[in-house]
Design a protein around this ligand. Structure first.
Ligand code: 13P
Length: 333
């Protein structure tokens, strides 16, 4: 039986073979935009049904070790009248929570973003833990634009907040997932993405060391190395895997519990094929960490287009979701 006080065991449990994470932690603002893009008008009840569509699908525990929730979901119940946190845990799926409060422009570089949410974090962590969260996530957003973005200030300030977040979370007895997301959007080359992600990760881990963060229970959530979505260049999965693993091996300490990937706006098929190539090459070069997925869009997109917010489409949408989960899980094998 897993001791929920042992951070390293909890962090490792998220990397159970063939399993990964569903990121279902869209804020009210992001969930509203996501649902609207499928023609679904949002309301608190519609957001609850959106979560139930995925969490209520029978058999997800075969593929999911954990689900990242938005704070409002910690208090909500599924259609079965049970708290989502309890029904997930009963199926062996560990609930986590997004604890950052979104981003705002950096005053000295207004095209770039800094993540908010440190001020009242200790108090909120106590509450989230009482409400059943076992791990947490903080997302920093890094934008590439030509050679001038990101600035060193954006990288450093976001890294400092990731380090403060990690420290607070470990003190509260929860596992931190650090997500310095380098955006896929842009016209940049894969080589430029590679250089920026390398610099981002290098900055994050050197600041973590300055703050004496124990990396043994830290999970890194990273972007893959891809040519920008508006670059007109399609990378082969082999190229993505090679660059991704080289950057990780050069910049991520061995002690880190494991690495999860975000999908970042890739199509479900692209995110699945790239993960498969990364997993295959990772075995060949024998990387020191377990790797898995922590996708939002690539796992939800197909189901949302079937669902359209309608009760009569729930079972067909869940079938599509399970089929994608099976493919993403198979990509790890
Ligand atoms: P995507 O997989 O849609 O990039 O989302 C992952 C995530 O957690 C973003 O914060």
């Amino acid at each position: 039986m897993l001791k929920m006080t042992d951070l390293v065991s909890i962090a490792r449990s998220l990397f159970a073979p063939g399993k990964g994470l569903l990121a279902a932690d869209e804020s009210v603002h992001s969930a509203t935009a996501r649902l609207a893009s499928y023609g679904i008008a949002t309301s608190p009840e519609m957001r609850r049904q959106f979560r139930d569509l995925f969490f209520g699908a029978e058999g997800i525990e075969q593929y999911l070790s954990g689900i990242i929730l938005f704070s409002e979901t910690l208090l909500e119940k599924g259609n079965d009248k049970k708290l989502f946190t309890e029904s997930l845990l009963a199926r062996g799926i560990v609930p986590g929570v997004k604890v950052d409060l979104g981003t705002e422009p950096i005053s000295t570089s207004p095209q770039e973003l800094i993540t908010q949410g440190l001020l009242d974090l200790p108090e909120r962590l106590v509450t989230y833990k009482e409400q059943g969260a076992v791990f947490t996530k903080w997302r920093a957003v890094i934008r590439i634009d030509g050679d001038h973005l990101p600035t060193a200030t954006a990288l450093h300030e976001n890294a400092k907040r990731l380090a403060s977040y990690a420290k607070e979370v470990q003190t509260a007895g929860l596992v931190p997932i650090l997500e310095p997301e380098v955006l896929y959007e842009g016209t940049h080359s894969r080589q430029r993405a590679r250089a920026v992600i390398a610099e981002t990760l290098g900055t994050v881990f050197s600041v973590l060391e300055e703050h004496s963060v124990d990396c043994a229970s830290v999970i890194l959530k990273t972007s893959m190395m891809l040519s920008g979505s508006e670059s007109m260049k399609k990378d082969s999965p082999g190229e993505v895997a090679k660059d991704t693993l080289e950057v990780l091996l050069e910049n991520v300490p061995r002690q880190v519990t494991g690495i999860v990937f975000l999908s970042g706006g890739q199509t479900p098929e692209q995110a699945t094929e790239n993960l498969a190539a990364i997993a295959r090459q990772a075995r060949e070069v024998d990387v020191p960490w377990p790797l898995t997925f922590s996708y939002a869009r690539a796992l939800q997109e197909e189901a949302l287009s079937v669902w359209k917010g309608k009760e009569e489409n729930v079972s067909a949408a869940r079938e599509v979701f399970l089929a994608r989960l099976a493919k993403v899980s198979a990509a790890l094998a």
